[in-house]
Design a binder for this molecule. Structure first.
Ligand SMILES: NC(=O)c1ccc[n+]([C@@H]2O[C@H](COP(=O)([O-])OP(=O)(O)OC[C@H]3O[C@@H](n4cnc5c(N)ncnc54)[C@H](OP(=O)(O)O)[C@@H]3O)[C@@H](O)[C@H]2O)c1
Length: 277
């Protein structure tokens, strides 16, 4: 779909691309970013929903809104989105949000479905970051927001392949921050807890089984995530009441670092013969 340019380009904060913008968390990001002065590139599979959202945001905010339909688990579609992001010098923000979940035991799982989830939650996130990062570095700025999950920190609580994809997103974001921060590029990993969206139903889990006091509305989640971005956070955990707990966790992890690679095994693993003790 073409765009109707209503807002004066000089008053735009540039172009923000949001994947998985047709519903849920991504649709709220699109709304909030349009209101913050960004023009938008919205990516998902459902053209009708994207067009309806674009129409509303153009009317309500005057943003220029482009849509790009793509199935990010399909290589050729993903490559088309990568090209679009790489070639647009107006791009100032990417929200790597599109994702699916899976529920149930690994031994009963449809492995092809899990692989498709890894393609979307991991490979697409990495490739789209790869499409924007060189331009951000060249232009001396840009923001990459990656939507992970609190399950990155809690693999015991849910499907291990899903939480593994989110652990990747967290790890990847922390490493990118380290690498790109000095070039003026912002990276944020957002770790939502359970959020009231279609993702549960799509994964075959009845949201009604979750305690209501564990479920956040996507509007509140995204507003908190954007507040975290404004505060300059690398990792934003909207539900966590006391940030000092995250800081202590990070400090404990970093304290391990100098001890993790050494020229000898730890004493507890040493037996005189190398045979079982
Ligand atoms: N909801 C939660 O409890 C929760 C908690 C922690 C983290 N998250 C993360 O938050 C992100 C957004 O999830 P959500 O809760 O908003 O889910 P959602 O309501 O199901 O929305 C997912 C979005 O991703 C798009 N999408 C799905 N498969 C796609 C594909 N193959 N290619 C392109 N787009 C695709 C969907 O659009 P189309 O169907 O139109 O393609 C939709 O716009 C995900 O990364 C999720 O893992 C969610």
């Amino acid at each position: 779909m073409g765009s109707q340019k209503i807002r004066d380009a000089a008053h735009s904060r540039g172009l923000a691309a949001v994947t998985g913008a047709s519903t849920g968390i991504g649709a709220v990001y699109a709304d909030r970013l349009a209101r913050r002065g960004y023009d938008l590139l919205l990516v998902a599979r459902d053209r009708q929903r994207l067009e309806a959202l674009a129409e509303r945001l153009i009317a309500e905010t005057g943003a220029a809104v482009h849509i790009l339909t793509a199935d990010l688990t399909v290589r050729s579609d993903l490559a088309a989105v990568e090209r679009r992001l790489r070639d647009d010098d107006r791009l100032t923000l990417l929200v790597n949000n599109a994702g699916v979940a899976a529920s149930g035991a690994f031994v009963d799982a449809d492995i092809d479905r899990l692989e498709a989830m890894i393609m979307l939650n991991v490979v697409a996130v990495m490739r789209l970051a790869g499409a924007v990062a060189p331009g951000f570095v060249r232009r001396g700025g840009g923001t990459l927001v990656n939507i992970a999950s609190v399950l990155a920190l809690a693999p015991e609580l849910f499907n291990g392949t899903y939480s593994g994809t989110k652990a990747f997103v967290l790890n990847f974001s922390q490493a990118l921050h380290q690498e790109l921060g000095k070039s003026g590029v912002r990276v944020q990993a957002v770790l939502p807890g359970a959020t009231r969206t279609e993702i549960w139903e799509r994964a075959g889990t009845d949201i009604a089984h979750l305690p209501a006091d564990m479920l956040m509305d996507p509007d509140e989640m995204v507003d908190a995530a954007l507040a975290g971005l404004d505060r300059g956070e690398l990792v934003t955990i909207p539900s966590l009441p006391d940030i000092a707990e995250w800081d202590a966790f990070t400090a404990a992890r970093l304290a391990l670092a100098p001890k993790l690679s050494r020229d000898h095994a730890a004493e507890r693993y040493k037996t005189p013969t190398g045979l079982p003790a």
